[in-house]
Design a protein around this ligand. Sequence first.
Ligand SMILES: Cc1cc2nc3c(=O)[nH]c(=O)nc-3n(C[C@H](O)[C@H](O)[C@H](O)COP(=O)(O)OP(=O)(O)OC[C@H]3O[C@@H](n4cnc5c(N)ncnc54)[C@H](O)[C@@H]3O)c2cc1C
Ligand code: SF4
Length: 501
Amino acid sequence: MVTDTSGTVHWLFGDQLGPHFVDPARGGPRRDAPLLMIEARSVFRRRTFHRAKAHLVLSAMRHRAAELGDRVRYVKADTYRQGLREAVGEAPVTVHHPTSHAARAFVSALPSVRVLPARGFLVTHDEFKLWADGHGTGHLRHEDFYRWVRQTHDLLMEGDRPAGGRWNLDHENRRPPPRGATELAVPAPYRAKEDDIDAEVRNDLDRWARDGDVEFVGEDAPRTFPATRREALAALRRFVGHRLATFGAYEDAVLTGDPTMSHSLLSSSLNLGLLDPAECAERAEAAWRAGDVPLNSAEGFVRQIAGWREYVWHVYWYFGTEYRASNALRHHEPLPEWFTELSPDATDANCLAHVLRQVRTTGWTHHIPRLMILGSFALQRGWDPHAVTDWFHRSFVDGYDWVMVPNVVGMSQYADGGRMTTKPYTSAGAYIDRMSDFCGPCRFKPSVRVGEDACPFTAGYWNLLHRHRDRFERNGRMSQAVRGLDRLADLDELLEQERRR
Ligand SMILES: Cc1cc2nc3c(=O)[nH]c(=O)nc-3n(C[C@H](O)[C@H](O)[C@H](O)COP(=O)(O)OP(=O)(O)OC[C@H]3O[C@@H](n4cnc5c(N)ncnc54)[C@H](O)[C@@H]3O)c2cc1C
Ligand code: SF4
């Protein structure tokens, strides 16, 4: 039992690992409060996780426990309930607001547990509710929210005006990759190095898999994502100092030979709680004020951190537990096994094979492959959005329920019928051709929709528009694209081809 001599025991979940989760000045536990961490094996039994993700989470938890030393009791148990019973019995416990509906319901139902406010986000639940209630549930647009966060948190502001006079620099941030380039001319991202704790994690995961206790998918290559606060700060420093300058312009570009482009690779560190979003946004702003990076890059990054990440977190809670079950397009197709098994050789589509291979070997891709290749393909094929959400959650090192549900159900699969986005994010092969170098060596041609060379994204795009013609015709941002169906002389042939595919 943890002996509570100087305060209530405080429980840290595996995604609450940074100093801001134990800071009494920010509503955390007393400085001398004993801490508890529970490594619950059942979490890994529930889903077939990417092995690199399981490794990262366990490594980060065990590293944090090693840092906290005698202050923490680290319990390995089958379930959270068992771990809690073993460590504290019926004694009172505090915990910061967990990050999923299920975990929140679990801790709220335990009489001995007191839930403290959430940490790791800029905007509180109460602040968001005030903002959202003032906007009406039908119009919770990200752009409005983002501007409000910039103003209320004084980010990239000059008085009450946005720095540089414009809120949105997106049109400067959508450049295709430099012509003829195989990679961006930018220093490599920070890569962590493994230590004895990682070796122990790898042994444990090998043993669990050998015993048939849990199953994994994907490769557990040497860990490169940060597992400690020190590593995460080094990754942030490297990004802001060496890579942020080119982040903006090439944010949406994809190159076969450069999987990371100029992205930060900070999502897993933020989601493990190793970094606080405020420090990330503030450092990007400071780099711009010092003249080290252009405004479009600083704004593009702040938009991701203070805009999208915050928005997604709050949408998850604000729309409630039923949101995940949304299926406005009534898509029910199961995911094919080659997709769930991350088997890139099963598809001839070069873009899809390449991105699946990247997920298999690293558990990460940047946002355009997630949205415009993996997600778009699933949407066009009519795959069940809940199964797609589950797949993303399991397969990515940064995947957690709160971030996957809005990103997949809302943004990528349009399963909420437009509560989060004004139109579905999907495209024909022409977009992929413009923003990447995938199409040249592909056996399909992006401009062809019917026949041997028909690009699955181009044919899939028209097929999707046809399937949901009634709904999309009523959407002002889609109606023109839908009218394009009438100009396709080979539409019947295309529909037949897609039925057979
Ligand atoms: C279908 C789909 C699934 C996604 N699943 C996840 C997920 O499970 N976990 C996750 O953290 N992000 C997710 N994202 C958002 C985004 O793709 C990743 O955060 C980003 O690619 C991670 O790489 P990065 O750290 O280099 O990001 P950068 O491009 O460098 O962006 C900086 C940071 O902004 C934040 N961010 C940007 N966009 C989003 C967003 N839409 N939602 C939440 N945070 C955002 C992340 O913390 C990210 O680290 C998803 C996006 C899509 C379209
Ligand atoms: S032609 Fe189509 S399938 Fe091939 S890489 Fe381009 S978009 Fe992907």
